[in-house]
Design a protein around this ligand. Structure first.
Ligand code: GDD
Ligand code: MN
Length: 360
């Protein structure tokens, strides 16, 4: 009886993501390119929020400067929140050496988080911009046509937001990290082909400005400002897509990898918990995707935990079947995709516990 319950939960835990992944794979390339004009190069405000980014800001500006995009159509807005490491000085110095691209600096008197900084930028950007690209100072675009490709999707009026495909760069645990990415990149692209994805990336998130204004700006109470904004845009009936020809490098820290991953997971959990109430209002095509992601992030890890607890209990009570299932589950850790998956579940569980105690 206990064994049956444990097995059912385990089958659901592993079966649903496998099903969802193969669904996403089947969707790849179906409709994401529909209606786009590669020659569409509107004026764009590129917003870089910065807090103590002196070590990154010059390379970041170079990255934008070297994009294959008409420079006179780009205005960079750096919104800095009282950095103490000379970020603003470095940016001003760079701008004085590159007069052929417009750089504006918006300074906040104190640090109030990325979401609020983005809202400050939104209130400052002048009326001539219909598109806003947000990009973290510590992340880099992998191709010179990242900006051009991302914006080209907006020639389709139904597209409200566009983000990038991530490849992990640097860092120690690239084994786990690249496995995680391989899985989720397929899922994000598949969701985007089907309709929209509820997970966006801080490395490059592009928005139709009008929609941001309708939403009253970025959320300031959760970590995933980008993902939550994309989700709200999809709920409104516009497409929020990760584009297959826009790549970013994600800086993976060399030290404290798990700490970093857990923090990211905490942000995603906050985002999905807040998204539950959006389900009834979502367009049908998006409701399925959002429900699947909420299940994967909030419920699925718990199924695994319960399943293991039931097996352990019944093994302790003398069930040979439970004991062999536990042994099998452990032996499979030698198999890398399985190991990566288990580590991801562990990270989500730790993040849930941490979220219950404090919001980071
Ligand atoms: N102006 C300002 N004010 N900028 C800030 C502040 C602030 O209070 N806090 C952070 N930033 C800037 C950083 O300088 C960086 O350029 C960017 O915001 C992202 O901050 P990180 O500290 O690097 O965030 P992260 O790497 O943990 O998370 C990023 O990726 C997530 C997943 O893609 C962020 O972009 C998240 O919003 C995103 O969900
Ligand atoms: Mn970062």
């Amino acid at each position: 009886m206990l064994e049956e319950a444990a097995l059912t939960l385990a089958l659901l835990h592993f079966g649903f993501p496998l099903y969802y992944y193969s669904w996403a794979k089947g969707m790849l390339g179906k409709s994401v390119r529909a209606g786009r004009d590669p020659g569409f190069t509107p004026r764009v405000a590129v917003v870089i929020p910065t807090y103590n980014e002196a070590g990154n800001i010059e390379r970041k500006l170079e990255d934008i400067y070297s994009q294959d995009y008409p420079r006179d159509r780009i205005t960079v807005y750096i919104v800095d929140s009282a950095s103490s490491d000379g970020t603003v000085g470095k940016a001003l110095d760079w701008a004085s050496r590159h007069k052929d691209i417009e750089v504006r600096i918006v300074e906040e008197g104190e640090r109030r988080g990325k979401g609020r900084a983005l809202n400050t930028a939104l209130n400052t950007i002048d009326g001539g911009f219909d598109f806003i690209v947000v990009t973290d100072a510590d992340a880099f675009w992998a191709n010179r046509d990242a900006l051009r490709n991302a914006l080209s999707y907006f020639s389709d009026e139904s597209v409200g937001a566009v983000s990038c495909v991530k490849t992990p760069g640097g860092g120690g645990f690239t084994g786990v990290e690249s496995g995680y990415r391989d899985f989720y990149n397929v899922v994000r692209l598949g969701e985007s082909s089907a309709y929209s994805t509820p997970v966006f990336h801080g490395e490059l998130s592009a928005y139709r400005r009008r929609l941001l204004e309708d939403l009253g700006g970025f959320p300031t109470d959760i970590g995933s400002d980008d993902s939550h904004t994309a989700t709200l845009i999809a709920v409104k009936g516009y497409r929020a897509i990760v584009a297959p020809d826009v790549y970013c490098y994600e800086p993976v820290p060399r030290r404290k990898y798990f700490h970093w991953r857990v923090r990211r997971a905490q942000h995603l959990i906050q985002h999905f918990a807040k998204s539950i109430r959006l389900l009834p209002r979502s367009p049908k095509a998006f409701r399925k995707i959002l429900a699947a992601e909420i299940f994967l992030h909030l419920a699925n890890p718990i199924l695994l935990l319960i399943s293991i607890a039931l097996l352990a209990y019944s093994a302790y009570k003398g069930s040979p079947l439970s004991l062999s299932l536990l042994a099998l589950g452990t032996a499979l850790l030698a198999y890398k995709p399985y190991r990566t998956w288990i580590v991801m579940q562990l990270i989500l569980l730790v993040a849930m516990v941490k979220n219950a105690f404090r919001k980071e």
